[in-house]
Ligand binder design. Sequence first.
Ligand code: NG6
Ligand code: CA
Length: 510
Amino acid sequence: MIHRRFLAPFLALLATAVSLAAADRARPRNVVIIYADDLGYGDVSCYGAKRVSTPNIDRLAKEGLRFTSGYATSGTCTPSRFALMSGEYPWRRDGTGVLPGDAALVVDLTRVTLPTVFKRAGYTTGAVGKWHLGLGTAMEQIDWNQPVGPGPREVGFDYSFIMAATADRVPCVYLEDQRVVGLDPKDPLRVNYKEPFPGEPTGVSDRAKLKLDWSHGHNMGVVNGIGRIGYYTGGKAAQWVDEDMADTFTRQAVAFITREKDRPFFLYFAPHDIHVPRVPNPRFVGKTQMGARGDAIVQLDWEVGEVLATLERHGLAKDTLVILSSDNGPVIDDGYKDAAVERLGEHRPAGPMRGGKYSRFEGGTRVPFIVRWPAQVKPGVSDALVSHIDFVATFAAMTGQRLAEKDAPDSLDHTAALLGQSPRGRDYVIEHAGRLALREGKWKYIVPAPQGVAVQKNTNTETANLPSPQLYDLTTDIGETKNLAAAEPARVAAMAEKLTALQKAGRTRP
Ligand code: NG6
Ligand code: CA
């Protein structure tokens, strides 16, 4: 019998215990985000690909929730990753477009970030793979021969093993905890995006000797027989081997999980695949009939399989929330002659959708989006509208945190949709590639781009940049072929007004 004097504190204690248990139940032991590069909606077999098979990604989908309306915020890498990390739309900030390899960090360190959300909740955080959010400050040029920062650590990652930008941009080296790996101090590394270094080969001067020829751009410095964007000199011992990149990043992701297996962790694993240059390891070459692009998909699938197997090996699969997605839609010729165009065949990288990377048609930002958490998430398919912009607020909520007003101004808590507890996700998503588009329910409105080109010539991308407004009904016309704007002027006006208001408000989180 509890004495009355103790009853109130006892009940309070009980309530805390109950709510803690509830919080525990909704809180994943670990979180792994696998963020593929340029992987299109139709590039994996669980989303309909036939000419390539992705058994590991398919298994993730089968054991988890596969979203049919999952979105990156933008049609290219840096803005999408900025949004994922910060919960702020990239188009609100200058300087969040595709960054060169020597750009300064674009993440605002005065605000919460995705990894800091996890850190505050007691998770150890790691970033492995492509960074492409800048390093250092705008005040001074990066000295690659010293520790480089601010970078992943300041953004909230306890551990990082990254490439600075993309594999087609210099410097072609890995950085572990913000130091170039394997650098010989007697051979200092220098990078310049404007001028070549005297005596160093370029993609123009040495074109005949290249292992992989370029189709547009990518003719500045040459590393490993491949022309890149930007010039470099020195740092020869530290240069990566493109063919080993998937192995290297995967090994680091696996090592991170293994090191941290006994305490909660958050791993942001951002493979290079299937971005250009597509130079898969020889053991994947020829695995598809589609050339390097198809083989890179198989390689990516292997990477996913290794991560899943590691979770299983350590008994962590059931309690680890795994998300697989992509930073933007697909592109076929992104600047190298890797036969992707010639050998594409019937494969439709964006699935039934129009456009791809660089586009405001659905193919630009609607991407594979899979959530697996065996302990909590019932396997299935969800048509809820979900977006990477909501990760900051959603994981803050899942780990019992309240965001400050200035933090993650466009991020909303969509735990219920993400875990499949509700078929309803966002009311709308904003799609971004240069200009904006708004999807609200089944309607898609695309802001006119009077000066734009309808087809980006080099990549053969349909950009959706037309001089007049476009409106599509995505339930009957997912391929955005029948522009209903002229027939529905009131809807066009209302959606245009809504988009303008969302822009002007400076934030969308209430
Ligand atoms: C473009 C590159 C392209 C790719 C892209 C960024 C040229 C001609 N094209 O400028 O190859 O690197 O930038 O891709 O240089 S992203 O996925 O990182 O956004
Ligand atoms: Ca990308």
